[in-house]
Design a protein around this ligand. Structure first.
Ligand code: SAH
Length: 387
């Protein structure tokens, strides 16, 4: 049995890891059950791939900054279902170095007399610190989220944080005036460095822009992608689409085994990262397009284009109907559906079953130990007759 260490923040009702009190084996059993409940009607899921050491796996922290005792900023995670910030120093999910950098950012803010954003009054400068670390490169990025472009003392803060943490290679200010649960806004200013960090995954080098999606558990991501590539069974002759491609990780990992890959992605910064990543790894048979995956693929289908294989990895709400219709028109013999929500995946599999796509293999992967989330990869094969 994996022994669960004590977490002081848990006693204060930190909402970060709701399953922490359960032994890890029991968590895996529950996630298997969840995958089976939604997906077994289509194809029996294989045993879930768990982690050997399910702690400190996160390569990203979102620390919320709030006014603490004497008005000094404290950093932490929201209490379950409230907007009270529980101070967290040694989060068990985050990379230990990230925990240190969050604390260093907080200490730098105190030294520079920066004020925390007060949600009730709408005053103050610091809303969140988003810290990311490339586990293979050791490069760290710190994104400081502020409610307006106004960031007095930013130079002092950068100097102070850099002096404390030389591995912080870039610092970005993100401006988010909105009062929603979204952490990042759309405007950004690079305060120090290149504005992105680099990491390695599947033997390739990736640059990761501050606002682009990047899988948070690098060890498990390699297992997830290995399952996806195994299901794809590429021979080197295929035209492949990677829909909802983020910074192009799956597309580029597949490029060496395919004739050509095309990534489609809504976030323009992620697309720029993906293009940079193709060049960086000298991959010549990969292209990336920015736009809604469903709309772009509909246009491709209207132009009479075909694909031999489509990977798709949509957000929690699942694939859109436009996307599923376009997929069936592009008519790949195989598709690989990666999902972080078995409920919406089951809904989409139901639709695709009516279009002649049968689920043949399903592999659950535990990407998020101590949370309720489970990730599943599903191989879909088109029946010869179609429907
Ligand atoms: N496959 C990638 C990213 C998966 S996360 C990886 O493994 O890292 C889902 C991605 O879908 C995010 O990058 C998000 O920006 C993108 N996205 C969300 N809605 C989209 C849409 N309608 N069309 C295309 N991409 C979309």
């Amino acid at each position: 049995m994996t022994k669960t260490p004590d977490c002081p923040a848990k006693k204060q009702r930190c909402g970060g890891c709701p399953l922490l009190a359960l032994p890890y084996e029991e968590q895996l059993r529950q996630k298997q059950e969840l995958s089976d409940r939604f997906l077994a009607p289509f194809c029996k899921p294989a045993p879930i791939l768990g982690m050997e050491t399910p702690f400190h796996y996160r390569n990203k922290a979102i620390a919320t900054v709030a006014p603490g005792p004497g008005g000094k900023p404290v950093c932490g995670i929201y209490e379950s279902r409230t907007h009270r910030v529980v101070p967290v120093r040694d989060c068990l999910l985050q990379d230990s170095r990230i925990n240190e950098v969050v604390e260093a950012a907080r200490a730098a803010a105190v030294r520079c007399r920066l004020s925390a954003f007060d949600e009730d009054r709408g005053t103050g400068v610091l809303r969140h610190f988003v810290v990311r670390r490339g586990v293979h490169t050791g490069e760290v990025s710190v994104t400081v989220v502020t409610p307006s472009p106004f960031f007095p003392g930013s130079r002092d803060f950068v100097r102070s944080l850099r002096a404390a943490c030389p591995d912080v290679t870039t610092i970005v200010q993100n401006i988010n005036p909105r009062r929603t649960s979204a952490v990042l806004g759309s405007a950004e200013k690079v305060l120090y460095g290149k504005g992105f960090i680099e990491d390695e995954l599947c033997g390739l080098r990736f640059s990761i822009a501050a606002r682009a999606f990047y899988q948070v558990n690098p060890l498990q991501t390699e297992k997830l992608y290995a399952a996806a590539l195994d299901f794809a069974g590429l021979t080197g002759a295929e035209r492949v689409i990677d829909a909802y491609c983020g910074i192009g990780t799956i597309a580029l990992a597949a490029a060496g085994r395919a004739k050509a890959v095309l990534g489609v992605e809504l976030n323009s910064e992620a697309v720029r990262s993906a293009q940079r990543n193709a060049r960086r790894n000298e991959i010549k048979n990969a292209d990336f397009l920015c736009g809604d995956a469903g709309e772009l693929m509909t246009r491709m289908a209207e132009d009479g284009e075909k694909a031999d294989l489509v990977f798709f990895d949509p957000p929690r709400e699942g694939a859109s109907r436009t996307f599923l219709e376009a997929l069936t028109r592009l008519a790949p013999p195989k598709a690989v559906y990666i999902s972080c929500n078995p409920e919406t995946q089951a809904r989409d599999l139901e639709y695709l079953a009516h279009q002649g796509y049968a689920a043949r293999r399903i592999q659950p992967v535990d990407m998020f130990p101590h949370t309720r989330h489970v990730e599943t990869v599903c191989l879909l094969v088109k029946s010869k007759k179609g429907l």
